[in-house]
Write a new protein. Structure first.
Length: 316
């Protein structure tokens, strides 16, 4: 069935709840350092159970079916958040998957990375994927992998790690591999059950507003066609602006929101492409200003667009 999923970042921390400030930079006027926008409800902690319940309620009201939670390793901060998120989702009800970001072994790590991936996936399967809130396809737990993972191992090695989980008595995972942003990367298809592009910013940030619709529709139709009989995913985003983040290379890519028009245009193009899943980048990646979560600068505009477009998508 069709689904609307949003990439979710559970790395935000405050001293009162988590013992330390995490990812939120120091206060910078009304804003916060390292982010272009400021949360409308103020800074929050991703491990605050009340905050998780609130976020899930807001997301459900906007037509979102589930979150793809960024995950950075066994026992890490985001791992703890994932467990709390799943417990909240079980009561919502709401679906959750994980975004496997890295093995932590570094680029071209080969066998070392493959072994760590297998251990990570076994951990996820045993500790988290047993939750009834975990997203599944035909009974198989869904796992997304970020592009960085295939900088560490070849696709075959990742597939071997997935097979090791099943051989060890774990579930047969449904893997959604990276297609390297808007590229289709057909050579990767045999190693995953589906492919996804996290973002189309690279291909659209320099496209004028008049040409954005045609450019996005071309990209999305190519992605859906490349999926063939496999599950087809396309990604939409309200914008992108990481200029407040230190340490990233210049020139920075900026996809302007254009008072909400960018998000609407991308959604329109996505619906016309007829995918199975629409992935929203993102619920709360404040560093890159891709969030649809309400902000001081944009209010709840993107949530209203999501609610409208998700309804259209399901009935198209």
């Amino acid at each position: 069935p069709r689904a609307v999923l949003a990439f979710y970042y559970g790395w935000w921390g405050l001293a009162a709840t988590s013992g330390a400030r995490r990812h939120w930079g120091p206060p910078d006027g009304q804003g916060v350092a390292g982010a272009a926008h400021f949360p409308q409800g103020g800074l929050y902690d991703s491990r605050d159970p009340d905050e998780l319940v609130r976020q899930l309620a807001v997301a459900r009201a906007a037509g979102i079916d589930g979150f793809i939670a960024s995950w950075w390793g066994r026992g890490g901060f985001e791992d703890g958040t994932l467990g709390l998120l799943l417990r909240a989702a079980e009561r919502a009800p709401f679906k959750v998957s994980a975004y496997y970001e890295t093995s932590g072994a570094g680029p071209r790590a080969g066998e070392a990375a493959s072994a760590r991936i297998a251990a990570d996936l076994d951990w996820l399967a045993r500790r988290h994927m047993t939750s009834p809130a975990w997203l599944t396809v035909e009974g198989r737990p869904v796992l997304f992998a970020y592009e960085r993972v295939l900088e560490e191992v070849e696709p075959q090695a990742f597939a071997d790690a997935v097979a090791r989980v099943a051989a060890g008595g774990g579930p047969r995972l449904f893997t959604v591999g990276p297609a390297e942003f808007a590229q289709t990367r057909p050579e990767r298809a045999p190693f995953f059950d589906a492919l996804h592009a996290y973002s189309v910013v690279r291909e659209t940030h320099e496209v004028g507003s008049r040409r954005l619709s045609a450019a996005a529709e071309r990209i999305y139709r190519q992605q859906v066609a490349a999926a063939g009989s496999a599950l087809a995913c396309v990604s939409v985003s309200p914008g992108y602006d990481d200029r407040e983040m230190p340490g990233r290379p210049d020139p920075r890519q900026v996809l302007k929101r254009r008072d909400g028009a960018t998000y609407r245009v991308l959604w329109d193009a996505a619906i016309r492409a007829w995918p199975d899943w629409v992935l929203i980048t993102s619920w709360n990646e404040w560093h890159e200003a891709t969030e649809i979560e309400p902000s001081v600068e944009n209010g709840g505009r993107e949530l209203e667009t999501t609610r409208e477009m998700a309804g259209r998508f399901r009935t198209a």
